[in-house]
Design a protein around this ligand. Structure first.
Ligand code: SF4
Ligand code: SF4
Length: 472
């Protein structure tokens, strides 16, 4: 039975409720009156239910679809303005004992090169990332209690926070590791992680079990209930995601919103982020063997409908997506993107030859961080390297209430400009710097509070003179 408050996966992600929603949306997808009612509610920018969101996703009425896209853009603008937060993944180890059928790191793949970074190698990778200008990382590691125990992850986090190369430092380490115990989540919290990220892959239990035939990850309930345990262990910010292409997208779209509703209802705080990865080609993985692929148009609609359903949740798109596709979804709701990413272990220091491919997926957007930053600014976005909230203790429900009251915008915009200024001073090419300086001058004038504007100007001047790390 469906129960949003239940701690059991099969009750808060009830298959019966999802099946019922799928039928309901199919029957109502062109019900103009209902769609208007949902859109009226959505315009309050406080979110809509999973059932309502699926009706919008299924809607085939052209004029209503245009309204959906328009509303998604307005919500994006209202909560996130033109800022885009930048991050990079850092692969620590591709040893893994799981059997995930869609991932090249699955245990049965015997020809992929296995590698685990030593602490010295992590240092070198982090220096390479700092030299690009990154301040925010997402750590990635396969599940392998012998090779990648929690002690290894904790030591790696400590190493990363301890590296200060030239003006560089990593100010927020997000972590994407396998579902674990409350105890180990507590250790991660104590190590100072930002967001704990764990993708569900699919919410459909039957598909999930087929896709995960072996290894600890095959336990659907343990995996699906991981975010509850993470929050019980004190982690405030959690990041959800499904891998589009594995299972029916309507099912997983509904499931992820139900998961967000569950965390909000049962734990008092919804997810910090939702990622929208799509299945990509990789060693030993051919996306054509999964017949649930989604088109770019559908992908854009999913992003727009998620933006409307969960206005307070950051949304992430990675370099799995091409420049063109990223351009399209940025305006519909994406608030965070990766840039200059390497998806192989040790890839920032030694990009590997093609025949040795140990990457988790093929990257579609191969541009450098400098190129991505320049591209964003030329479209009038402000690339942001801000990590202020986490460092000021603005996490979890405290962060959410600031976001809901839209007060956080007073911090985000000047913080974005100041961290961009640091990037321009320390890492940008002359062409990027020129575009960026003009953008900062224009954007400073848009800061509405005169006092904040003046302080931001002063700080930016001091950054030019060599000082670093100001924040609101
Ligand atoms: Fe291992 Fe994660 Fe890949 Fe599964 S998806 S094989 S758990 S690294
Ligand atoms: Fe994110 Fe907080 Fe910085 Fe805004 S001020 S960009 S919410 S870290």
């Amino acid at each position: 039975m469906y129960d949003v408050m239940s701690s059991k996966a099969e009750e808060f992600i009830s298959d019966e409720e999802i099946q019922d929603c799928l039928t309901y949306a199919e029957e109502n997808k062109n019900n103009r009156e209902l769609i208007d009612q949902i859109l009226t509610k959505a315009r309050e920018m406080k979110g809509i239910t999973h059932r309502e969101a699926l009706v919008l996703l299924d809607c085939e009425l052209e004029d209503k679809n245009q309204e959906i896209y328009q509303l998604a853009k307005e919500i994006k603008q209202e909560f996130y303005g033109n800022r885009i937060v930048m991050f990079a993944p850092l692969y620590l180890s591709n040893y893994c004992i799981n059997g995930c059928e869609y991932c090249p790191y699955h245990a049965k793949n015997k020809h992929i090169r296995r590698k685990k970074l030593s602490q010295e190698e992590i240092k070198a990778e982090v220096i390479a990332l700092q030299d690009m200008g990154h301040k925010r990382l997402a750590l990635e590691a396969g599940e392998d209690p012998k090779n990648n125990p929690i002690e290894y992850i904790l030591e790696s986090i400590k190493t990363i926070y301890g590296i200060h190369h030239k003006n560089g430092d990593i100010r927020r380490v997000n972590v994407n590791i396998a579902a674990t115990t409350v105890e180990e989540y507590r250790m991660l919290k104590e190590a100072g992680i930002g967001t704990y990220i764990l993708f569900q892959e699919t919410y459909n239990k039957e598909s999930y079990e087929k896709l995960h035939p072996t290894g600890p990850k095959s336990d659907y309930a343990y995996h699906t209930e991981a975010m509850d345990r993470a929050m019980d262990g004190g982690i405030d910010d959690v990041g959800l995601g499904v891998l589009y292409g594995l299972n029916n997208y309507r099912y997983d779209f509904t499931g992820i919103i139900m998961h967000a509703e569950h965390l909000e209802a049962a734990k008092g705080c919804g997810p910090h982020t939702i990622s929208v990865p799509r299945l990509r080609r990789a060693d030993d993985i051919d996306p054509d063997t999964f017949d649930n692929g989604i088109s770019d148009d559908l992908f854009a609609k999913i992003v727009a409908c998620l933006r409307i359903a969960v206005p307070y949740t950051g949304m992430i798109v990675s370099t799995r997506e091409s420049k063109e596709c990223r351009e399209r979804v940025l305006e519909l709701g994406i608030s965070q993107i990766s840039g200059g990413s390497k998806t192989s272990v040790g890839g920032y220091v030694s990009p590997e030859p093609e025949e040795e491919n140990s990457a988790q997926f093929d990257v579609s957007d191969n541009r450098t961080l400098d190129e991505v930053v320049k591209w964003l600014m030329e479209m009038d976005y402000v690339p942001s390297f801000c990590t202020a909230c986490y460092r000021e203790g603005r996490t979890g429900d405290r962060f959410m209430s600031l976001l809901k009251s839209k007060q956080i915008v007073n911090c985000c915009h000047p913080n974005a400009l100041m961290t961009l200024k640091e990037y321009l001073e320390d890492y940008a090419s002359p062409e990027t710097k020129k575009v960026g300086e003009e953008l900062i001058a224009r954007e400073l004038e848009v800061v509405t509070n005169p006092k904040v504007r003046q302080i931001a100007k002063d700080y930016i001047e001091q950054i030019h003179e060599g000082r670093r790390d100001f924040r609101f």
